[in-house]
Write a protein that binds this ligand. Structure first.
Ligand code: NAP
Ligand code: GCO
Length: 266
């Protein structure tokens, strides 16, 4: 039986992971549960929620699942109340819900632009504002983890709206730290590199040039696995990061550390 260092023990804490029904959100929620936290997830699709509850149960993880849209301010307000009554105060908020649209900007219409910015940037603002007002200010403590991206630092063809949102999310994280650290609320981010999830499935097709490009461009020479994010998430959700504020931890196999190497060079 391994002993968790008390600094990383999340027993008695409640974590809300938005979009926690699969992919990176599910892996992070499972990691926080393994460290002792009570888990709440949301999603917009009821069928996703029931399937996720089943998958978590297979891992002996009980989750509380709620169907609401992170961009719907009224619903967020109502459901946070409901979660507070039915589960308890939220101590840890993981703003994971997000979408991507791969469209060159000259072909990108305003509705697509607005939907990406709304979910990936405005969603975390709405979720954080009301979670802080309802639970973290009265509780005099809290942890916020925003799911940033390589696109918080780098541009890439076809993902302009996404990069604008994730770049904005990095600065929103620093603004949260600036305004809320004095309330003993630590706001930080995780910047995953390229991870194997449904969101990147179109890029990971064997023989697809981008697939080879990422493996070659990543010093670790592989795509990330969702489980690779558990450590950073537990650290940022726990007392171990009580004096860490406004930081983005890039979990990227070294992509941001290097200029890369010519294709085919080992
Ligand atoms: P994913 O598999 O597409 O999961 C995204 C989740 O967000 C899904 O559960 C989705 O629900 C939910 N969601 C979307 N819009 C929502 C809304 N309006 N309200 C509530 N939930 C909503 O993506 P992922 O790869 O796990 O990525 C998770 C996060 O990490 C995203 O923010 C993504 O940008 C970021 N990220 C991913 C990578 C990567 O390589 N995969 C790298 C860096 C950053 P439905 O599926 O039901 O629509
Ligand atoms: C893309 C990918 C990326 C990853 C991730 C990288 O089309 O380039 O989907 O955006 O999802 O955000 O960190």
């Amino acid at each position: 039986m391994y002993m968790t260092h008390p600094l990383f023990n999340l027993t008695g804490r409640t974590a809300l992971v938005t979009g926690g029904t699969h992919g990176l959100g599910m892996a992070i929620a499972a990691g926080l549960a393994e460290a002792g936290a009570t888990i709440v997830i949301n999603d917009i699709l009821p069928e996703r929620l029931s399937e996720a509850v089943r998958q978590y149960a297979e891992k002996d993880i009980k989750v509380h699942a709620y169907q609401f849209d992170v961009t719907d301010e009224e619903k967020v307000f109502q459901y946070l109340d409901k979660i507070g009554r039915e589960v308890g105060p939220v101590d840890i908020l993981v703003n994971n819900a997000g979408i991507i649209k791969r469209i060159p900007m000259l072909d990108l219409d305003i509705d697509d632009w607005r939907q990406v910015l709304d979910i990936d940037l405005t969603g975390p603002f709405i979720m954080s504002k009301y979670t802080v007002l309802k639970f973290m200010l009265p509780g005099k403590s809290g942890k916020i983890i925003n799911m940033c991206s390589m696109m918080s630092e780098l541009g890439r063809d076809t993902v302009g709206a996404y990069a604008a949102a994730k770049g904005g999310l990095k600065m929103l994280t620093r603004s949260m730290a600036t305004e809320w650290a004095k309330y003993n609320i630590q706001a930080n981010g995780i910047g995953p590199g390229y991870f194997a999830t449904s969101q990147t499935a179109p890029l990971r097709v064997k023989g697809h040039p981008f697939n080879e490009f990422i493996i070659n461009r990543t010093p670790a020479a592989r795509w990330g696995e969702p489980e690779d994010l558990k450590g950073a998430a537990i650290f940022l959700a726990s007392a171990a990061s009580d004096f860490v504020n406004g930081q983005i931890i890039y979990v990227d196999g070294g992509i941001l550390a290097t200029i890369g190497k010519p294709h085919g060079e080992s």
